[in-house]
Design a protein around this ligand. Structure first.
Ligand code: F6R
Length: 611
């Protein structure tokens, strides 16, 4: 939530910052602003998207070689010009941008007001910058020292960049709990919430750790701990390609990412599924193999779509490896004193690797001695670094706020993990394992075939674009897919939708069904097929409008359904990878037809770094 970018070097800072903010807009788009440092410190900010800010500054003098910018997802205070970042201190000699939340801001604010500081916004961030100013005044110290001392007083999460008119040629940054990466160029430095604003200038980066303070001055990068101990920066090479963060001819990132799935699923399997050699590998579990073999229980923690991938993993791991699995919303798990032992393995699933609730759940489980395994997409992210071991999903950057290719990549990695665990524990026969490997290898092609349904699904979207409610039903492996389909529709088209286990419908939601209610039933051929057919009959008897997702060649369901979408058939346990595709496309087309902003739906952000 919230994106930050900063630049110091020989180029003009403002265009780099604006371009970077566009790349980070997926993190929040309530308001945007820049601060530019020459002999003076100037701030421009505006409610709305980065394009509004761009228009606002078009005629202004924005020449500067040092600057910083922010795109906001509102926490404290509504989206308006005053609450937009950067925020000035009372003297207007120091400015700050901030991603995160300062929890003790109210007490700090009262104290600062007593010292004469004046506030113009409702934000916690304005408190932070005034705290720095007050500490600097009280201690008559450098800006760097004032920032360091201020970090001891704030409680919460932050990634901040600070500029001051009294500290020319200098940029100070710090983080705790919110992501921050530094790009190192030739005589120039970039700071951002992720690597996307940096990639076209340099591929040398340093991921800043919690409680580190970064000072860039006179062309030198210096990192110190909050306790003022010098830290050696660990420079890494970025492997991201510029193409992967651009739309590549698609109208929206979401559509591009849906269509990338044959490739991203293949990338998730690369080097892990070696069909010819008959091997399954996952480097991440090698050192923890015995722990996995002897695990008494697996607890999966995640949020949103990643939680749905976790539900699929529960079915997979219990089926193939016979280890009991519990799937928890990270936000609930962290606050309910769960029973965790050293023989538990906690699998944390997160696309961004920055979700605050998932991070907190990891910390809790760690403190009780569990082994933590991460399934993350963003390389170098906080969750990837907080876990004992893990496997990256390798889906490539996901920019659309609604998660699509990250979900199928997560399910692919978790399928491989369940297969490996089943193999090591001897709970799956060689024949069954081999069959699954062969079938898994065909999934990218089957997803490609499912994508050919795009035009048909758009037609169905035209029919239902004005619906006010949707019900999604599925059983077994397709139940989490029903939840995921409903979430996709809600978040980008703002239509109310519920996902339900098909058999559970009769315990309540059946009362909602009438001739206006669209009901998407995932009814592919699997062990609960006949039962789902009966559920469809129940819906039909109440005149619900049925959109059925069926296996190719099904002749039983088409006469019962108003619309039928035939997907390629695959093994029951791999079906979520295929059956989710038409649901992604359906939500996409409905949202476009309703004129919604598909890539940046209202109130949402891609990376949820607040709890
Ligand atoms: C839905 C969506 C969210 C995320 C959730 C967790 O399309 O994107 O529900 O899945 O915020 O995010 P990560 O996976 O980054 O931890």
């Amino acid at each position: 939530m919230c994106g930050i970018v900063a630049y110091i070097g020989h180029r003009e800072a403002c265009p780099i910052i604006i371009k970077g903010l566009h790349r980070l807009e997926y993190r929040g788009y309530d308001s945007a602003g820049v601060a530019l440092l020459t002999d003076e410190l100037t701030v421009y900010k505006k409610k709305g998207k980065v394009s509004e800010l761009e228009g606002f500054i078009a005629a202004k003098d924005t020449k500067a070689n040092i600057g910083m910018g922010h795109t906001r997802w509102a926490t404290h205070g509504e989206p308006n010009d005053e609450n937009a970042h950067p925020h000035f201190s009372t003297s207007e000699r120091i400015a700050i941008i901030h991603n995160g939340i300062i929890e003790n801001y109210a007490a700090l604010k009262t104290h600062l007001q007593q010292q004469g500081h004046v506030f113009h916004s409702d934000t916690d961030t304005e408190v932070f910058v005034n705290l720095i100013e007050e500490i600097k005044k009280q201690n008559d110290c450098s800006l760097e020292e004032a920032v360091r001392l201020a970090l001891h007083e704030v409680v919460g999460a932050y990634a901040i960049v600070v500029l001051s008119q009294d500290a020319p040629n200098q940029l100070i940054a710090a983080r705790k709990g919110s992501p921050m990466v530094i790009g190192i160029g030739e005589g120039e430095f970039f700071i951002a919430s992720d690597a996307t604003p940096i990639i076209e200038y340099t591929n040398e980066v340093v991921y800043v750790n919690d409680y580190e303070i970064v000072v860039i001055r006179d062309g030198q990068l210096n990192i110190r701990s909050r306790e003022d101990v010098n830290q050696t920066p660990y420079i890494q090479k970025l492997e991201m390609e510029l193409d992967s963060i651009e739309k590549g001819g698609y109208e929206h990132f979401m559509l591009k990412e849906i269509f990338e799935q044959p490739r991203s699923i293949m990338d998730s399997m690369r080097g892990r599924l070696e069909l010819e050699a008959g091997h399954l590998n996952m480097g991440g579990i090698r050192a923890y193999e015995q722990k996995f073999v002897n695990a008494q229980r697996i607890i999966i923690v995640a949020c949103g779509t990643s939680w749905h991938a976790g539900l699929v993993a529960e079915y997979l791991i219990e089926d193939l490896a016979r280890i009991p699995v519990e799937v928890e919303y990270a936000s609930e798990f962290r606050y309910r004193n769960p029973i965790i032992t050293e023989r538990d393995i906690v699998i944390a699933i997160s696309q961004s690797g920055e979700t605050a609730d998932t991070l907190a759940a990891i910390e809790l489980a760690k403190s009780k001695g569990a082994t933590i395994f991460g399934v993350c997409n963003v390389v170098g992210s906080s969750i990837a670094r907080a876990t004992d071991a893990g496997a990256y999903t390798h889906a490539g950057p996901e920019i659309g706020v609604a998660s699509t290719k990250a979900f199928t990549a997560q399910v692919t990695v978790l399928t491989l993990l369940a297969m490996i665990m089943g193999q090591k524990r001897g709970t799956i026969t060689d024949t069954k394992l081999r069959e699954l490997m062969v079938e898994l290898d065909t999934i990218p092609t089957k997803v490609e075939k499912a994508l050919l349904l795009d035009a048909q699904i758009r037609e169905i979207a035209v029919e239902f674009k004005d619906a006010t409610n949707f019900l999604y039903l599925g059983r077994g492996y397709n139940f989490p897919v029903a939840l995921e389909g409903a979430l996709k529709l809600k978040e980008i088209s703002y239509i109310h939708a519920e996902g339900y286990p098909a058999a559970e419908m009769k315990h309540g939601p059946i009362a909602l069904i009438d001739e206006n209610m669209p009901i998407v039933v995932i009814a592919t051929r699997d062990s609960s097929y006949e039962k789902v057919v009966s559920n469809i009959q129940e819906v039909k008897a109440r005149k619900g409008r049925i959109i059925a997702i069926v296996s190719e060649g099904d002749t039983v369901i088409p006469p019962m359904a108003e619309f039928v979408i035939e997907v390629p058939h695959t093994s029951e346990i791999l079906m979520p990878l295929v059956s989710v595709v038409p649901l992604q496309l359906l939500s996409y087309h409905i949202a476009v037809l309703r004129g919604c902003n598909v890539d940046q739906p209202r109130n949402l952000a891609k990376s949820v770094t607040v709890e």
